[in-house]
Design a protein around this ligand. Structure first.
Ligand SMILES: NC(=O)c1ccc[n+]([C@@H]2O[C@H](COP(=O)([O-])OP(=O)(O)OC[C@H]3O[C@@H](n4cnc5c(N)ncnc54)[C@H](O)[C@@H]3O)[C@@H](O)[C@H]2O)c1
Length: 358
């Protein structure tokens, strides 16, 4: 079974964010005559600069909250496929700011879209973005991998809100047999990720010779997936994913955070002495690792390697000071809850608000 994507209308929620804007690029490039509507509330994480330069004849942008159900119902009437990425996505914010906004956007927002789906038989598939974090943590020394049937054991408020969204999506499938498929990607890296997340955060700090704050022992393992591989996985699922099923996505590049930090420093020719160990994140998951065999059976496989694509990503941030300046405009420094030895100096510098990168 293969769905035809050519010439179809795609509604992408959260399309002004990191993965969403990358997926929009892939849809425009690889699906002939596709028409895309992005709906995004342009929260602190969303940015129209992420969609700059894309053809206006095939891309429409609507600034709206996914909780605006009447508007979502209208938009769904003009869509053949919906890809739902809109979410509050930063674990640290769910701990150090408010978990409430996570529940509002991630759980209630998903429910709002599912209500629109109930009234839109024209929608062939609703692809719901989940995460590997819903499965909770593996012990550091474990060789086990989570898979689609692993139990949900989310640990952070972010992961719990994503698990809640998955549960409501599951219920709408079970109850009304709506055309829903779930994707669980691992940690994405690549261009246009907001500099609150590890790779751009550490890169910008390293460029400015500021300490890289590693939580706890620094050995926490994440499974790194290039955002282009993630977008290709999403498109493969749109074509071939089975309704009511879920798919894990990983490039099997499971690496500790200190390894990633060292690669960033090596790429930028900065000293390892910039690595700084800071108080651990509360409830910090030790290890994520997934098995993507089910998705590979649909014909997807990852093409990008951390060894080449992480340095490429690091250099992208180094070169794109203008993008960082624009996306960080009018914002306080990211991750201010992390206390580093140079915090006072950093606050005085306001370093990436000024786009100072070299
Ligand atoms: N980045 C990762 O490594 C990763 C890994 C696994 C899963 N995911 C999931 O993939 C999706 C995209 O992640 P990302 O890294 O691109 O996140 P992001 O924070 O870069 O982008 C999220 C986008 O959603 C928008 N948004 C948030 N709340 C909204 C609302 N209520 N209404 C409309 N728009 C809203 C934001 O403005 C932003 O543009 C999320 O669902 C996330 O949970 C991300």
């Amino acid at each position: 079974m293969s769905r035809i994507l050519k010439n179809k209308r795609f509604l992408v929620t959260g399309g002004a964010g990191f993965i969403g804007s990358n997926l929009v690029r892939h849809l425009l490039k690889n699906i002939p005559d596709s028409k895309i509507t992005v709906v995004d509330n342009l929260s602190y994480a969303g940015n129209l600069y992420n969609l700059q330069g894309l053809p206006k004849s095939r891309l429409q942008f609507i600034k709206a909250d996914i909780n605006n159900t009447p508007l979502m119902k209208q938009l769904f009437k003009n869509a053949d496929f919906v890809v739902h990425l809109a979410a509050e996505s930063h674990v640290d914010r769910s701990i150090h700011q408010s978990s409430l906004i996570f529940l509002r956007s991630n759980v209630l927002g998903t429910r709002s879209l599912l209500e629109a789906l109930r009234e839109s038989p024209n929608v062939e598939l609703f692809l719901h973005f989940s995460t590997d974090e819903v499965f909770g943590t593996l012990p550091l020394n474990s060789s086990q991998k989570f898979h689609e049937k692993s139990p949900y054991l989310p640990n952070s408020p972010y992961a719990a809100s994503k698990a809640g969204a998955d549960m409501i999506a599951r219920a709408y499938y079970q109850t009304w047999k709506l055309p829903i498929v779930v994707i669980h990607p691992t940690n994405n890296y690549g261009p246009r990720q907001l500099p609150e997340k590890l790779v751009p955060f550490f890169t910008i700090r390293a460029v400015n010779s500021l300490p890289l704050p590693l939580y706890g022992h620094g050995n926490h393992v994440r499974s790194w997936l290039h955002v282009d591989d993630c977008s290709e996985a999403a498109i493969k699922i749109l074509e071939k994913g089975k309704i009511g099923e879920s798919y894990c996505v990983t490039a099997d590049e499971d690496k500790p955070n200190h390894f990633i930090a060292k690669m960033i420093l090596t790429t930028l020719k900065k000293p390892a002495s910039l690595l700084t160990y800071v108080t651990d994140r509360p409830g910090h998951d030790e290890k994520y690792s997934l098995n993507a065999a089910k998705l590979k059976r649909l014909g997807w496989k990852p093409k990008r390697k951390l060894k080449t694509h992480l340095p490429e990503t690091v250099l992208w941030y180094k070169k794109n000071a203008e993008w960082i300046k624009k996306t960080s405009k009018n914002r306080k420094l990211f991750n201010q809850h992390i206390k580093t030895p140079s915090l006072k100096k950093e606050q005085e510098m306001g370093y990436f608000r000024k786009g100072k990168l070299s």
